[in-house]
Design a protein around this ligand. Structure first.
Ligand code: GDP
Ligand code: MG
Length: 614
């Protein structure tokens, strides 16, 4: 009957313990805290003794700081008659243990490996034992709290230990098992104070009182007061237990025997005997109590764990998305993938050239904004130049008349002077137009580079290869535009306007000139006056052409032609590149980050699937 009950009970609790175990195996404790039981206590309060009585495995003991690294003790209840199994893991060591007798020495070795001869260390040593008499429990043994360092221990070892303990008990998911010796003053117990600090109401703290056999005669009542929650109240209360004492160790009392002796001790004591019935004393009780508490804690924490996993998964998926897809393994698919990436980039350059912006574009990329501003400046400049020219035209005429006085008789129409002035003035605009071309080209190059970084950030080699292409194409387009601009200016040197258009404009200027009555012009001879009006007229026509022509050339070559050329050049990159694999090598950092993210995502997804059944 008892067995049947036990089995039913096992069926209820085991899945939860196993679940947390599986989650821990997945490494989920790296992502979020999992429910666990941490054993804390002042030095020599009996922590290790408690653990060994629970696990029936002898752990290192002695004077001084014996537990120097956190020890995770995973106990598993094996089937009746099954063999004892042990497994020790720390750092990258993984060790199978054959008998419980090996445990003590191997843990000492592990501690020496992790923490040196005397120090302490926060790295976890994990011991898993499976035996028919072990409970289903996972506990973490922590270094005992000490007040003053001894020997060659570091000065601040007390604080180091407290910090380490805090990392475990500070988490809401942790059940705190505070081990307190009955023969010390409970009010001065440092471990209890620490527990109270992180768990003021005592919701997740369970007190374990040890060494009841070492109390002064007739002080049992004081102990009962503590156990009855009259001294330092804890919601989960206290359990009284008796471990192997120094005497038992010398006598080599077995752990199984010690358990029997414990029951006998309580039965023999009139004060403590009732505690057995009330389930407030003995290891047997502590063991099932802890399992129950752990399962309760697990059930309490599951919804929050599920939620945390869900939001972590979302976060990671977002991060992975941001990094872009991974590089495919298959070489053929890889070339295909690179082609797709390059085409996407070229398409973006083309749409950008057409004046379409994505909403996250920086000012660096907004080419049309830049162009509009530059072309407006160009317009203003030409307008200014024209006003200056108009005002100074009479002086130019006088200057030329004086210099060319030679073979002509007075009164002849000076078309040659007119042409010379026009040529000279128009050619002066070539330099500023080339300057604008240069600025525009630099801007386009920057924009293309910026987008290349965005598209290929994970492939540094590809980016530099593309950068070279961008520079080449920009340079080529700039040269072409320069050629066209220069040709246009050469054509302007030929002085031309359609007759009708010219006559119409001339009439306009003549009537305007009469209205204005410009003094410096009016004082000149009639020839000069006529010449100025012609100059004004023609200059206006030429300026009107340049105001439009220069921006049109720039737009055509640096936007339209360039975007098409980029596509051609980058396609060549794919065909001619000796080794596409080299180009799409991700930088180590990105590859590493992606791998890490993927691993984490994998782990969390597995964890989520595990949790779905609960
Ligand atoms: P830890 O430093 O907290 O791990 O304490 P230990 O488990 O190493 O115990 C310190 C000493 O107290 C050891 O010599 C134990 O044998 C002894 N001890 C622990 N519990 C009891 C107990 O219930 N009764 C007796 N008599 N001695 C105990
Ligand atoms: Mg210890």
């Amino acid at each position: 009957m008892a067995n049947l009950l036990y089995e039913e009970y096992e069926e209820k609790i085991r899945p939860y313990i196993d679940l947390i175990d599986s989650l821990r195996k997945l490494g989920l404790n790296k992502d979020l805290p999992l429910p666990t039981i941490a054993v804390i206590g002042d030095q020599s309060s009996g922590k290790s003794s408690v653990l060994e009585m629970l696990s029936e495995v002898a752990l290192p003991r002695g004077t001084g700081i014996v537990t120097r690294c956190p020890l995770e003790l995973k106990m598993k209840n094996g089937t009746m008659g099954s063999q004892w199994k042990g497994q020790l893991n720390y750092g990258d060591v993984s060790l199978t243990l054959n008998t419980p007798q090996d445990v003590e020495e191997e843990i000492k070795k592990a501690q020496r490996h992790l923490a040196g001869k005397t120090g302490i260390c926060s790295e976890l040593i994990s011991l898993q034992v499976e035996s028919p008499c072990a409970p289903n429990l996972t506990l973490i043994d922590l270094p005992g709290i000490i007040r003053v360092p001894i020997g060659n221990q570091p000065q601040d070892i007390g604080n180091m230990i407290k910090k380490l303990i805090h990392t475990y008990i500070g988490k809401e998911e942790t059940i705190i098992l505070v081990v307190i010796a009955c023969n010390v003053d409970i009010a001065t117990t440092e471990a209890l104070k620490m527990a109270q600090k992180v768990d003021p109401k005592g919701d997740r703290t369970l007190g374990v009182l040890t060494k009841p056999d070492l109390i002064d005669p007739d002080t049992e009542k004081d102990i009962l007061k503590i156990i009855n929650n009259q001294m330092v109240p804890l919601r989960k209360g206290y359990v009284l237990i008796k471990c192997r004492g120094q005497h038992d160790l010398i006598a080599n009392t077995s752990l199984a025997n010690a358990l029997e002796k414990e029951i006998a001790f309580f039965n023999d004591n009139v004060h403590f005997r009732p505690l057995l019935e009330k389930q407030m004393a003995s290891f047997q009780h502590l063991s099932s109590r802890l399992t129950n508490e752990l399962v309760l804690q697990i059930r309490k924490c599951l919804p929050a764990i599920q939620e945390k996993i869900g939001s972590k998964i979302n976060e990671m998926v977002k991060q992975l998305d941001k990094m872009g897809g991974a590089i495919p393994e298959d070489p053929k698919v890889r070339v295909h993938d690179l082609t797709r990436r390059i085409l996407a980039y070229c398409d973006e350059i083309i749409t950008l050239a057409m004046g379409e912006y994505k909403k996250d574009y920086s000012i660096d990329v907004k080419l049309h904004d830049f162009a509009r501003e530059k072309f407006a400046e160009w317009y203003k400049k030409l307008d200014g130049v024209k006003i200056g020219f108009n005002e100074g035209a009479i002086n130019l005429v006088k200057h030329h008349e004086k210099n060319s006085k030679g073979r002509e008789l007075p009164g002849f129409t000076k078309y040659r002077i007119f042409e010379a002035i026009i040529r000279e003035q128009i050619q002066e605009l070539l330099e500023p137009s080339l300057e604008m071309l240069n600025e525009f080209s630099a801007k386009v190059e920057t924009a293309c580079n910026t987008l290349a970084f965005q598209h290929f950030s994970s492939f540094p080699l590809l980016v530099s290869e593309i950068q070279i292409k961008i520079a080449e194409v920009c340079h080529k387009m700039e040269r072409k535009a320069e050629e066209i601009l220069k040709t246009n200016f050469k054509m302007e040197a030929m002085v031309y306007a359609p007759d009708e258009m010219y006559s119409y404009k001339l009439m306009e200027f003549q009537s305007r000139g009469q209205q204005k009555g410009n003094n410096s012009v009016a004082n000149s001879n009639l020839d000069a006056q006529a010449m100025v009006i012609h100059l004004h007229t023609y200059y206006q026509i030429a300026i009107d052409r340049l105001v439009q022509m220069v921006p049109m050339v720039l737009r055509y070559y640096l936007l339209q032609e360039l975007s098409v050329q980029m596509k051609v050049e980058l396609a060549q990159l794919l065909f001619h590149s000796k080794d596409v694999d080299v180009l799409i090598q991700e930088n180590d950092e990105t590859a590493e980050k992606r791998r890490e993210l993927k691993d984490n995502l994998d782990r969390l997804t597995q964890a989520r699937n595990l949790l779905m059944n609960y």
